[in-house]
Design a protein around this ligand. Structure first.
Ligand code: FAD
Length: 490
């Protein structure tokens, strides 16, 4: 009988739990991806860079379905209607998908599952997006963790228990091989239907729908779309030995010594278990303490990803506002001219502008710089962190509700982190992490002639600065205003 596998944040064949189960249990299987307008809103939920990553990954995924003898249909519209319409057209008895963790998707999927059950179809869902099942990560009092440290210890303990004893790795699923897809009659009924079916001549192409051509920074973006590129990226990070020096190098933005797998992990062109196994294999292959520490540090980043996903599952209200309620009363100043200068990389503070220009030019920003610019927006410019969060979502190739919200709440000190008042001095951060000014010079070429000490301290004379703006604020003055405003909140 016919079954449907619905791809969502799992744009791959390799180690895709739901897809493997669907292929094992179905005589005939087709894939579907729905371009859900609520998740593709360039003013709210996505960016041109992320659309480009999504579109290119879908094109590869579609080829992979065809190679295996079936098809991936890409539909455009409301999944609640479309999944059930498609099921009816192809007489599908079973629909499979991997669960998502974001509030909108959880609610949407519940409605779809109910609709399908009423239509007497079977729905099978799987947990695929996280290494450890969130329902197992609870404190001794059966409560969710609110602090990363204890969360991490529990997370790694659970991995150690679940990983197979023979090879010391996390179990992954096999890859679905040969599939049987639609027959000609079923295919023509879809083509003639009113399903908003794209990548055919009948309807708009995926290029038009996702405005793929609008993101023209593809050679500067370090995240490469598609399952095959994601695997290459993981292998090169691990086999070229970059992972072995991650401990130190991860904080130096000019080195680009991180994996750049964030978009792949967010949209699922690679599985988190495969990534974890890659790290574990290289850890097992060495007894050098320095390398082992580096690999462990990287694994801790994977745990941060799961920490924020768990946070969103357990506290969905995080999506809307601060975890610490005190922040609801903070008197934000939200000056539009400062927000614009920040977004355009024209604040006159070199490390901030370099980072924001990296984002603008490539769709990606180094983690250290994300922390610096976020702190600056909130604690120097006194602008509501939620505006920064939205700006990131509209710009990043790896924009991800859980990680982005977690990163912003951490930087704003409004989140669950027990150390609430962290203020980054942008000049000190630049001196520490860009000591020869290489990163600043790369992204602000008009400052390339400035001496390194002046570049880092921001003390650039009017004669030397040419078109580069003067600092829009004084870090010292602004942060003392910030502290006073904060301490005045009841
Ligand atoms: P690596 O250093 O190679 O890390 C490996 C993987 O671990 C990453 O790909 C990512 O999946 C995960 N990871 C690493 N650090 C974090 C972290 N702090 N929180 C959650 N997961 C992490 N990450 C996103 O994926 N999407 C976002 O929208 C996002 N927004 C952020 C906003 C702010 C204000 C901050 C401070 C951080 C944000 N991060 C976000 C986290 C982090 O900056 C990126 O995951 C990282 O820079 C991606 O580069 P990489 O793949 O080379 O990471």
């Amino acid at each position: 009988f016919q079954s449907i596998f619905w791809h969502r944040r799992d744009l791959r064949f390799g180690d895709n739990i739901g897809l493997f189960e669907a292929s094992k249990n179905s005589k005939s299987l087709i894939g579907v991806y729905v371009l859900d307008p609520k998740l593709l809103d360039l003013n709210r939920t996505t960016s041109e860079a992320k659309n480009w990553f999504l579109g290119e990954s879908l094109i590869e995924l579609q080829k992979n379905w065809e190679i295996r003898g079936s098809r991936l249909l890409i539909l455009n519209g409301d999944p609640i209607e479309l999944i059930s319409k498609l099921a009816e057209l192809v007489h599908a008895e079973c629909i499979y998908w991997n669960e998502n963790i974001e509030p909108y998707e959880i609610n949407r999927d519940k409605q779809i599952a109910e609709k399908l059950s009423k239509e007497k179809r079977k729905v099978y869902t799987f947990l695929d997006q996280l290494i450890v099942n969130p329902s197992n990560i609870k404190t001794n009092n059966d409560e969710p963790y609110k602090v990363y440290g204890p969360f991490y210890r529990k997370w790694i303990d659970l991995i150690n228990i679940t990983k197979s004893s023979e090879n010391n790795l996390i179990q992954t699923s096999e890859t679905a091989k040969q599939l049987t897809g639609l027959n000609e009659r079923e295919l023509s009924s879809i083509k003639n239907s009113d399903l908003n079916y794209c990548i055919t001549n009948k309807s708009k192409s995926i290029y038009e729908l996702l405005s793929l051509n609008r993101f023209n920074k593809t050679n500067l973006c370090p995240c490469k779309p598609g399952e095959s590129e994601s695997i290459k990226q993981l292998n090169s990070f691990i086999h070229s030995g970059v992972i072995n020096s991650y401990n130190k190098a991860r904080d130096i933005p000019s080195l680009e010594n991180t994996s750049h797998l964030s978009a792949a992990l967010s949209l699922g062109t690679i599985s988190c278990r495969v990534v974890w196994n890659g790290a574990q294999v290289s850890k097992n292959a060495t007894d050098d303490e320095y390398k082992i520490n580096s690999i462990d540090t990287w694994i801790k980043e994977l745990a941060w990803r799961e920490f924020y996903q768990n946070a969103l599952i357990n506290f969905p209200e995080l999506e809307k506002g601060p975890y610490r309620e005190k922040w609801l009363d903070f008197p934000w100043q939200n000056r539009p001219d400062w927000f614009e200068a920040w977004g355009d990389g024209l604040t006159g503070i070199p490390i901030i502008d370099a980072a924001m220009r990296q984002l603008k030019c490539s769709g990606w920003m180094h983690n250290r710089c994300r922390m610096i610019v976020a702190s600056f927006l909130v604690k120097d410019l006194l602008i509501d962190w939620r505006l920064g969060e939205l700006f990131f979502m509209k710009s990043l190739v790896d924009g991800d509700l859980a990680a982005n919200n977690g990163g912003w709440q951490w930087s704003a000190s409004s989140g669950m982190d027990p150390k609430p008042m962290r203020i980054f001095n942008p000049f000190r951060q630049a001196s520490k992490f860009d000591e020869d000014g290489e990163y600043i010079r790369k992204w602000i070429p008009e400052l390339s002639h400035i001496s390194t000490p002046n570049l880092l301290s921001g003390e650039i004379s009017s004669a030397e600065r040419n078109s580069y703006p003067k600092p829009i604020i004084s870090h010292k003055n602004q942060t003392s205003i910030f502290k006073e405003l904060y301490s005045n909140i009841k």
